[in-house]
Design a protein around this ligand. Structure first.
Ligand SMILES: NC(=O)c1ccc[n+]([C@@H]2O[C@H](COP(=O)([O-])OP(=O)(O)OC[C@H]3O[C@@H](n4cnc5c(N)ncnc54)[C@H](OP(=O)(O)O)[C@@H]3O)[C@@H](O)[C@H]2O)c1
Length: 272
């Protein structure tokens, strides 16, 4: 497994997304993924699967230190006492004493960011999280968050795939020394039918899914694709044995378009 480093954190170069995975099949998928070679599992309190993610980790037989576990706190729980309560509840469901990365899932404009970031950093200080970070933060929110942070913020987890140009926020993350985790890194399949993706995939003997993930890796991001099937889990890991050329990267970047964003809702910040 390759790794990326950011503000003192060493993060596996690809992870397993678990949104939508539930119950016993979630536990089985996590277990299979870890046995197949994944080292990072991404969950969130709102996914209602932390218990099963924890079961899958234990079922895999890997040592705790070999698995990088990320969870996220829902925006309703960003007042300091709520954030602490939600963190403890996530740890109880995961049956872990600490997570590797604790993220603010979405910003909440109704709660002062200084208070939320203060509470988040406290979760690291008291040992509930090895590292802390944010998700769905814009450039302006990132700049403000970093100002309030007493511990390094190591990640911004954002939607990122060939249909969505994230240059501005990725540059802001670099400026702050943060890594970028790419969620929905295959645009939930929407990029597979693009002629460019098919042509590049054919040239390398890979699938459009692998090209989409490889594109994120070469852009410096950490993709966290979700896959429920073992064959797809394995396929998504096999992206470190080929390199996209500069021309191929440019052609894939050219697929970005207005309206390419998938995950948007009334509570989302004003995007860059
Ligand atoms: N921070 C946030 O706000 C946020 C928001 C959204 C998602 N996320 C995280 O990011 C993860 C991934 O994003 P996502 O689930 O939205 O989208 P995604 O990973 O881009 O796409 C998942 C879909 O692609 C399919 N798939 C996976 N590998 C494939 C392959 N090799 N070939 C063909 N199809 C393949 C999956 O099949 P199956 O149906 O068989 O699994 C699933 O339907 C989530 O699970 C979650 O952990 C975070």
């Amino acid at each position: 497994m390759d790794y990326v480093t950011a503000n003192g954190a060493t993060i596996p170069a690809i992870g397993l997304g678990t949104w939508g995975l539930k119950g016993r099949s979630c536990a089985r998928t996590v277990e299979q993924a870890l046995r197949a070679g994944y080292k990072l599992v991404d969950t969130a309190e709102v996914y209602e699967n932390e218990r099963e993610v924890g079961d899958g980790i234990r079922g895999s037989g890997l040592r705790r230190s070999e698995v990088f576990v990320t969870t996220k706190i829902w925006p309703d729980h960003l007042a300091p006492h709520e954030l602490e309560r939600a963190t403890k509840a996530s740890l109880a469901r995961l049956r872990l004493s600490e997570v590797d990365l604790l993220l603010i899932h979405w910003p909440n404009p109704r709660i002062p960011l200084s208070e939320t970031i203060g509470a988040l950093c406290k979760m690291k200080k008291v040992g509930f999280a090895r590292h802390v970070g944010v998700s769905n933060f814009t450039v302006a929110l990132l700049d403000e968050a970093v100002k309030h942070a007493t511990e390094p913020l190591v990640v911004n987890q954002i939607e990122w795939h060939p249909h969505l140009d994230q240059t501005k926020v990725v540059e802001a993350c670099r400026r702050h020394g943060m890594a970028v985790t790419a969620f929905s890194p295959m645009a939930r399949g929407a990029v597979f039918s693009e002629q460019v993706m098919r042509a590049v995939a054919a040239a390398h003997g890979k699938s459009p899914a692998q090209v989409s993930l490889r594109f994120i890796v070469q852009e410096g991001g950490v993709p966290i694709p979700r896959a429920a099937r073992l064959d797809l889990l394995t396929e998504n890991l096999e992206i470190f044995d080929f390199v996209l050329s500069d021309a191929e990267m440019a052609a894939i970047r050219g697929l970005a378009r207005p309206g390419g964003r998938i995950v948007d809702w009334s509570g989302a910040p004003k995007w860059d």
